[in-house]
Design a protein around this ligand. Structure first.
Ligand code: GDP
Ligand code: MN
Length: 392
């Protein structure tokens, strides 16, 4: 789960990391009062779940209160297209207005999981700021990466060593920041805690000017305070809906909607669609303890996606029985049809395994536009053909 910069900075502050003064604004009244209670110059920062805002015009410096107010009102409501948002961009619904800091030097520091080495790594660079990706690509040697031994944790000598490589003067300040980041990472089950840039001000202070904190979704149940930080505006509405029903759903760009049980079969289904020249519209694993209701919800999410030209239901009945799935599908289509009158998306179904006979009977008797296949390859081929026909 991702959170906004202002939330990440608030968390870091709780863990002893210095940040610059800033106020969140969501409308023009907020903007005026924020500007009034801060001292110029200001930095106006778009709060969207994306990096690269600076280069996209989402981070702006204003010298006077008047300028800050007009820049802020301009930025609020704008669509920002960054390297990470994709061409559709993101609408700016929140701003962080901060007091501008005079920068002497920008550093990059982060704590993240290194899946290759199965450990946590501390990553740092003396070339922080908006060019960090380019630095990492062009001169990887300038990036320091040190593994953290989970049994030892982050000790002073470990951080002193990094501070000396970065030629940081305020070593004790750096140690406090590094320890705070690590404590946050462990205590809140983060997958990443990043400060970029960490700046040395012209007064020699170390301050986190920008921060990104992401959390392991699987551990959110242990942190209701963290789960509350989720900004529903920033996630795909289809993914938000799927979360409510504990469905593992990821929206993708293609036109074949997929409803599958089991993550492995879901991956294989996406692969086989690709192999026949099609593109999946989503990843969806309805899971093992699915009920008719959650199948129906899953199906409605697929139907609500206008990119979906055909739906591929690929179920291997084991723990989940095929007749439960079939009933869920029929109910979903019936309730959807009465509300929208427009289910003309063809549905290709492959039900095998537990209660597949009953499941297929339910589908055949439903009178719906359903194509049944026994082999996965045949079903995938049919889906790709149907998705292409509807494009023409
Ligand atoms: P990002 O582009 O999304 O990573 O947004 P950042 O918050 O990192 O801002 C981009 C850049 O704006 C930073 O790397 C800084 O160079 C600059 N910046 C941000 N805040 C300040 C500030 O208070 N003072 C100055 N002088 N520059 C700032
Ligand atoms: Mn940044």
């Amino acid at each position: 789960m991702k959170i906004h910069e202002y939330q990440a900075k608030t968390l870091l502050k709780e863990y002893g990391v210095p940040i610059n003064k800033g106020i969140l604004a969501e409308n023009s009244d907020d903007i005026s009062s924020a500007v009034k209670s801060l001292s110029p110059p200001y930095v106006i920062k778009a709060q969207i779940h994306s990096g690269g805002r600076g280069k996209a015009g989402g981070v702006k410096i204003a010298n006077t209160p008047g300028e800050a107010i007009s820049i802020s009102n301009d930025l609020l409501g704008k669509t920002l297209i960054t390297k990470q948002t994709g061409p559709q961009g993101r609408i700016v619904k929140k701003l962080l207005i901060t007091e501008c800091v005079d920068i002497n030097k920008e550093y990059y520091i982060s704590i993240a999981l290194d899946p290759g080495k199965s450990c946590i790594a501390f990553v740092a660079s003396g070339a922080g700021g908006i060019e960090i990706e380019e630095t990492a690509a062009k001169s990887p040697d300038s990036i320091i990466s040190k593994n953290i031994d989970i049994k030892i944790g982050v000790r002073d000598y470990f951080l002193r060593n990094i501070a000396s490589k970065l030629e940081i003067k305020d070593v004790s300040g750096f140690i406090r920041i590094g320890r705070g980041m690590y404590d946050l990472f462990l205590q809140k089950d983060c997958s990443m805690v990043e400060i970029n840039p960490l700046v040395e001000t012209t007064d020699g202070e170390l301050i986190a000017l920008d921060a990104k904190v992401t959390f392991d979704d699987n551990a959110l149940f242990r942190h209701p305070d963290v789960a509350e930080l989720c900004d529903i505006n920033e996630i795909d509405p289809k993914e938000a809906e799927a979360q409510k029903y504990s469905l593992n759903y990821v929206a993708l760009d293609g036109s074949v909607g997929c409803m599958v049980n089991g993550a492995g079969l879901a991956m294989a289904t996406m692969d086989i669609i690709n192999a026949f020249g099609g593109k999946p519209a989503n990843f969806l694993d309805v899971g093992g303890n699915t009920t008719g209701d959650s199948v129906a919800e899953a199906f409605k999410i697929l139907l609500s996606d206008s990119k979906v030209k055909v739906i591929f239901v690929n179920i291997f009945g084991g723990i989940v029985k095929c007749d439960i799935i079939a009933n869920g599908i029929v109910n979903a289509i019936k309730s959807y049809k009465s509300s929208c009158e427009m289910v003309d998306v063809p549905i290709v179904v492959r039900l095998v395994g537990n209660n597949s006979k009953e499941g297929n009977e339910i589908l055949n008797e439903s009178g719906l536009n359903i194509i049944s296949k026994t082999l996965m390859a045949d079903a995938a081929k049919a889906c790709v053909l149907l998705s292409q026909e509807s494009l023409e």
